[in-house]
Design a protein around this ligand. Structure first.
Ligand code: HEM
Ligand SMILES: *[C@@H]1O[C@H](CO)[C@@H](O)[C@H](O)[C@H]1NC(C)=O
Length: 487
């Protein structure tokens, strides 16, 4: 324990010295830096921001800074001097100038767990190449054919974990669901022991990523690194099997059988593979980590909303029953069905506005940048919070009110870069269509098979930094009798 504290201290000291070093970068332009205080380096305002995150008050934290210093200000966050920006113009700047003057910023500790070849780490040409390969499978035209597969996973999930139970914890359950969907669709791993072996490794990796990066036996960070060590050989086996299957089937192989097969099938003009095995490994790890928590959070918030808001609930039920009526009991949903779930998706969009799973985006300046009359020195961090824009009174009238009509066709559309739950520009989330598909199918199956109520009416959540309900969102469920499907 003492050693751990000592090492933490040493680490903080190093970070401290490093940020002093970066501060000298800023000394070149003493008059042109944004206002604000860098506080105590390293610890600086990080603790404040973490507190605001926990209380889900990040937009208020940003607003306080703006009131004190103006629209562009500086702070010291997570080890770096940081310029805090907000608003659609800043969002556009941060999302679209990416790669040239701003790069993604990941602490090196994260790449020890997630690998150094994934999209988060890559920039410029490499990012473009790998991104195009990953996005190919996630495009609507390809995904469309997999609605049935997602539906099958969801129905199986409800059969296993919802039917026959009276009280459930929604958030952890839905996490296993989104994990299973990604295993099936993206990894091409069917249900069984292989999947079950993967899950704890991914969970350890995610905990490791969020932990203090101290690599000593028994720390969370250490468990994350070990999880990666154990996972990689499994993924290597998986890739080898997929490659062999592709070679066996030659022309008859379906290159879009799953994401891994798709990545293996992409060739350069000279026939060589576009992506190395290392790149494939790191990016399927990324896709799992980026895809499963986020989607499960959206679904969990929707379950809570429907328990609390009778008017939204009954409108969704009406829309979904209409679709259910046109189908035989147990018949799988199709892409066509999803296109009819317009109201349900507007509710989900409004939920993404009010409770975005991802509310902070960080970048780093690769050179001195002039922005809004100030200089952002090379090496400094830039941060924006999507919830700041989403809660802006000038963009969304009555921003705290839950109002899905904002997303109706005839309503005035929010200006570009002001509704950004999925980011924007070349690094915008490539998983939108998959997230949408999972959300719509799950909502359909839920409201046609169950009613539910919250056991703890005001169960709250903390952001760590992803929202986590204190008791996993405890609900009491009742199956709707006429709709118990047997699959
Ligand atoms: C409701 C669900 C989701 C939300 C709210 C969400 C949100 C985001 C956001 C905000 C970013 C950009 C971060 C930034 O610019 O700093 C992002 C990137 C990314 N997301 Fe998602 N995401 C969701 C679901 C998914 C799914 C299902 C997948 C998997 C297929 C996925 C894969 C990725 C990947 C690979 C990136 C990195 C892209 C790049 O750097 O080029 N996401 N996501
Ligand atoms: C439920 O949602 C409707 C429609 O957005 C909204 O007008 C109403 O205020 C909400 N009710 C509650 C209790 O939150």
């Amino acid at each position: 324990m003492e050693l751990k504290i000592f090492i933490t201290f040493l680490l903080l000291l190093l970070l401290f010295l490093f940020s002093i070093f970066l501060l000298f970068g800023g000394k070149k332009y003493p008059d042109r830096l944004p206002p604000g205080s860098l506080g105590l380096p390293v610890i600086g305002q990080s603790l404040d921001l973490l507190k605001a995150l926990k209380a889900d008050k990040v937009d208020k934290w940003f607003q306080e800074g703006i009131t004190k210093h103006g629209p562009i200000w500086k702070a010291s966050l997570f080890g770096y001097p940081t310029v805090v920006l907000h608003g659609p113009t800043a969002n556009k700047f941060i999302y679209t100038c990416d790669g040239n003057i701003l790069t993604n910023s990941q602490p090196p500790s994260i790449s020890r767990i997630m690998g150094s070849n994934n999209l988060f780490e890559l920039a410029g040409h490499d990012h473009k190449r790998v991104r195009a390969a990953v996005a190919l499978f996630l495009k609507l035209e390809v995904l469309k054919q997999y609605v049935m597969k997602v539906d099958e996973e969801i129905q199986h999930h409800l059969q296993m974990h919802w039917h026959g139970n009276h009280e459930i914890q929604v958030q952890p359950l839905i996490k296993t669901l989104t994990f299973n969907v990604i295993c099936s669709l993206l990894f091409g791993i069917e249900r069984g022991p292989r999947r079950d072996k993967l899950l704890p490794h991914f969970q350890d990796m995610i905990e490791g990523i969020l932990a203090i990066p101290i690599n000593l036996p028994f720390t969370q960070f250490n468990r994350g690194i070990l999880a990666r060590k154990n996972l990689v050989p499994m993924l290597i086996d998986l890739i080898r099997e997929k490659r062999e299957a592709l070679e066996e089937q030659k022309q008859h192989a379906n290159p879009h059988k799953d994401l891994i097969t798709s990545l293996l099938s992409i060739r350069n003009d000279d026939g060589s593979t576009t992506m190395s095995d290392e790149e494939i490994i790191d990016n399927i790890i990324l896709v799992m980590i980026a895809g499963y928590d986020t989607t499960s959070i959206l679904l969990t918030f929707l379950v809570r909303l429907l328990a609390n808001n009778e008017s939204v609930y009954s409108t969704i039920v009406r829309e979904q029953e209409e679709i259910a009526k046109s189908k035989a009991p147990g018949e799988a949903l199709t892409w066509e069905d999803l296109t009819k779930m317009k109201y349900t998706w507007r509710v989900a969009s409004e939920m993404l506005r009010i409770n975005s799973p991802v509310i902070l985006s960080f970048r780093r300046a690769t050179q001195d940048i002039e922005y809004g009359g100030f200089i952002i020195p090379k090496g400094w961090q830039v941060v924006l919070s999507s919830s700041m824009t989403h809660m802006n009174n000038d963009i969304f009238e009555n921003p705290t009110m839950f109002d899905p009509t904002r997303f109706e066709k005839h309503s005035p559309q929010p200006p570009p870069f002001s509704f950004v739950p999925f980011g924007g520009g070349p690094r915008m989330c490539p998983g939108i269509e998959l997230a949408k598909m999972e959300t719509l199918v799950m909502m359909h199956r839920l409201v046609t098979q169950f009613t539910w109520e919250l056991i703890k009416k005001d169960e709250s959540f903390k952001r760590n930094p992803m929202p986590e309900f204190d008791q996993g969102l405890f609900v009491r469920i009742t199956p709707i009798k006429s709709n118990i499907y047997v699959i």
